[in-house]
Design a protein around this ligand. Structure first.
Ligand code: AP5
Ligand code: MG
Length: 205
């Protein structure tokens, strides 16, 4: 199954992606996670991406599309994949159309007022990247690998504002783009994590 997860920053893409990838046995490809790994390792891609990510702007399309093209060519993607955070504008979507055929696009719909609170309260595992929220996770340790929970550099209020603006101007138009293909499945993201997942599985069946 070849899937795309669409949704605003903080909509719960990463949270649902872990569960979807596990259920369907497909790799979870998050361009944001790939950039953060490159930043940590100080690679040329990481150095280039950092200046954009820190400002809440999109990394240039040529860098991002090249990275995704290489990742989709890896053997674990032969039977499908789940893209999280890509495509993020119409140019990237059209580029992806030239690479492969997608089976379904899941759009996680969340009220915009809820997004800032979700993002600024998010803590991620420094080792495996799993997402948590401070309101429910108090011990600062990852349930999966016991790694330390930290705040992402781009989860500060000022950067979040810019990320939400970029979402509205560049990424939101993808809802109409995929609606035309008949592959778009919108789920209500204002429910519990389990209920959002149940609706995604239902939409894919
Ligand atoms: P990226 O890492 O993709 O970030 P994002 O799109 O801003 O999305 P987030 O990861 O912030 O949110 P999410 O939807 O994954 O939410 P999560 O599950 O963690 O991109 C980062 C940057 O990289 C971009 O700004 C850009 O610079 C660059 N980049 C990446 N891709 C690019 C591309 N294609 N082109 C160019 N540049 C690119 O959940 C959020 C919080 O809510 C957590 O605390 C979680 O516990 C909580 N939560 C989740 N679900 C629920 C629920 N149902 N109820 C209550 N709380 C919930
Ligand atoms: Mg994410």
């Amino acid at each position: 199954m070849k899937l795309i997860l669409l949704g605003a920053p903080g909509a719960g893409k990463g949270t649902q992606a872990t569960k979807i990838a596990e259920k369907y046995g497909i790799p979870h490809i998050s361009t944001g996670d790939i950039f953060r790994k490159n930043i940590k390792e100080g690679t040329p891609v990481g150095l280039k991406a950092k200046s954009y990510i820190d400002k809440g702007q999109l990394v240039p399309d040529e860098v991002t599309c090249e990275l995704v093209k290489g990742r989709l060519a890896e053997s674990d993607c032969a039977n499908g994949f789940l893209l999280d955070g890509f495509p993020r504008n119409v140019f990237q979507a059209a580029t992806l159309d030239g690479m492969t055929d997608i089976d379904a696009v899941i759009n996680i719909d969340v009220d915009h007022e809820a997004l800032t609170e979700r993002i600024t309260g998010r803590r991620v595992c420094a080792k495996c990247g799993e997402s948590y929220h401070v309101s429910v996770k108090k011990d600062g340790k990852c349930d999966k690998c016991d790694g330390e929970l930290i705040q992402r550099d781009d989860d500060k209020v000022e950067t979040v504002k810019s990320r939400l603006e970029v979402y509205n101007s560049s990424t939101k138009p993808l809802i109409a783009y995929y609606e035309k293909t008949g592959k778009l499945k919108t789920v209500d993201g204002m429910q519990s994590v389990q209920d959002v997942f149940r609706d995604i599985v239902k939409a894919l069946s």
